[in-house]
Design a protein around this ligand. Structure first.
Ligand code: GLN
Length: 542
């Protein structure tokens, strides 16, 4: 039997209400009271993980230390709780069925008809309890993706229903997040969609203990009473979740509404202490009272959907607060940058970040942006494909290696400066087969990278198939583009930086995945500092 206590968060009325942020905020408040908390997400789609999904479909694919390709909500959990998540924190319908079907093929159910109830629901529950059973957590928060009433989330909802009696009354809380829309024609907030959503949940056998109501306007006492009456939830468990200025305000708003207290009293948990959120408040203070501002260009190919670069955008928020500087991100479509318009397009920027990505689309635009940043001495930060673009650009324009390329873009290039790793060559499956998760990196002393991290040994997360081709390293280093971080075991290049440039760094790994409120990532912090310096020096010169 599970050792932890469980909170289940479902959503209704519409998607995109921010269940992940509510779960992360509640987790933060409980953690700030001294409890150990983890948050897991169950997604109803059939993909085994989101690794094979186009970012336009589902936003960024977040990668954990143990190399799981997961939903972007796990990024919020880590940014809020500052505790790493793992493969076990994200489970999809696809994974559940995959595991059950493999066991069926192995003969585990011999003689039995394998069914949604009980076999699929049992497998879901085993996964619900996995992290709690480790004994590491007082509380496990489980976010169920999608909306109540969706065909595909039914088995998950059924598993939650079964979990309540299994766990017992003081070990289970059900929170339902809904929308209370404002009808401007009537000048009123409306409770009916929430009533219907709760009815749907009740039909599935789940009585919510707490309602969290997203709303653009404060809920009046009358409205709270109405929701309490129709949804059979105590008045003090109708929680208002007003639209917030930033996601980082939500823990404070939830504290004001006493969401954490309601949960603790349902779970019959004695409060260890009031939540210690001074650090969080200090961070918000810095975030909201910047003394400087910079404009950073994010050059990518999925810029229409900001969620595709969620962790980068949030890492900028953390780094901005740390520098007491407002970071204005200008989202620039790589495909729109040409050699004719590059100067005009990037002219007003104080820093340029070339984003990660896959495939050929937008590459030429990214190369123009790198060249501009290199020649104009604008702070440059290349992440994964961004580093690979910096390498290609340098090969072509400095080392005179005509049409140098990555073999991802041109298999027959004369100068494969970025090439597929030997152990990747025979891989045909797309899912979960890249270089994934945390790897060690040793940094050379006396370099910019060393100045950024302040120590030699670091560990950062990866998600790529291609690497810098070490055959060309000597030529690059002789011309001033140096490998300043390498994997100690494989000697693969992890960090490169340019001499004779105020700040030009590329990383094969994804530092954005490890930036949190409590520990803003040093590469982002120093990049923003360099952008501030660049801005100040160029204004003085003018
Ligand atoms: N497409 C490149 C590779 O697979 C870069 C991947 C990335 O930017 N995450 O190596």
């Amino acid at each position: 039997m599970a050792k932890a206590k469980y909170i289940f968060v479902t959503g209704g009325v519409t998607s995109s209400l921010g269940k992940g942020i509510i779960a992360a905020s509640l987790g933060k408040l409980l953690q700030a009271r001294g409890l150990s908390v983890t948050i897991q997400k169950f997604d109803p789609y059939i993909n085994v993980d989101p690794g094979t999904l186009n970012p336009y479909e589902h936003g960024e694919c977040y990668v954990t230390d143990d190399g799981a390709e997961t939903d972007l909500d796990l990024g919020h959990y880590e940014r809020f709780l500052n505790v790493p998540t793992s493969q076990d924190n994200n489970v999809t319908t696809g994974r559940i069925y995959y595991d059950v079907i493999q066991r069926e093929r192995a003969g585990d159910f011999l003689g039995k008809t394998v069914q949604v109830v009980p076999h699929i629901t049992d497998e879901i529950k085993n996964n619900f309890y996995k992290l709690g059973d480790t004994g590491k957590y007082d509380i496990v928060i489980t976010e169920i993706g999608g909306c109540v009433g969706d065909i595909e989330s039914l088995p998950f909802i059924e598993a939650v229903r079964q979990a309540r009696p299994e766990l017992g009354p003081n070990n289970f809380v059900s929170i339902h997040l809904t929308l209370v829309p404002y009808l401007s024609a009537a000048g009123e907030l409306k409770t009916k969609p929430t009533q219907h959503s709760v009815k749907e949940l009740l039909e599935a056998g789940i009585q919510p203990d707490i309602l969290v109501c997203r709303s653009e306007y404060p809920l009046t006492q009358d409205l709270r009473r109405k929701l309490s009456l129709f949804c059979y939830v105590p008045l003090n468990c109708v929680i208002e979740a007003l639209d917030a200025e930033t996601i980082y305000d939500v823990p404070i708003l939830m504290r004001k509404e006493r969401l954490d207290e309601r949960v603790l009293s349902k779970l019959k948990l004695k409060y260890k202490r009031e939540p210690k959120i001074d650090h969080w408040k200090e961070y918000l203070g810095k975030l909201k009272n910047p003394t400087e501002d910079v404009k950073i260009g994010l050059i990518g190919k999925y810029v229409e959907l900001k969620d595709a670069y969620k962790s980068i955008a949030e890492a900028f928020v953390h780094a901005g607060a740390e520098n007491e500087c407002k970071v204005q991100v200008s989202w620039i479509h790589a495909e729109e940058i040409t050699s004719e318009n590059v100067a005009k397009t990037l002219d007003s920027l104080d820093g340029i970040l070339v984003a990660p990505g896959f495939g050929e689309r937008g590459i030429e635009g990214k190369l123009h942006a790198v060249k501009y940043a290199r020649e104009e001495k604008i702070p440059f930060f290349g992440i994964c494909l961004g580093l690979q673009c910096a390498v290609i650009e340098f090969a072509r324009n400095v080392l005179n290696m005509k049409k140098a390329n990555s073999t991802e873009m041109d298999q027959r290039t004369k100068y494969p400066v970025i090439d597929i790793m030997e152990d990747q060559k025979n891989i045909t499956d797309m899912g979960g087969t890249m270089r994934l998760g945390a790897y060690d990196c040793s940094i050379k002393k006396g370099t910019k990278a060393y100045g950024v991290y302040g120590h030699v040994k670091i560990k950062e997360r990866h998600r790529h198939r291609y690497e810098f081709n070490s055959k060309y390293l000597q030529a690059f280093e002789d011309a001033g583009f140096k490998a300043t971080g390498k994997n100690p075991d494989s000697d693969l290049v992890e960090i490169m930086e340019l001499e004779d440039h105020p700040w030009f760094i590329g990383t094969q790994f994804h530092p954005e995945l490890k930036s949190t409120v409590l520990s803003p990532h040093p590469l982002f912090v120093k990049f923003i500092r360099a952008a501030v310096t660049h801005k100040t020096s160029s204004t003085t010169i003018n």
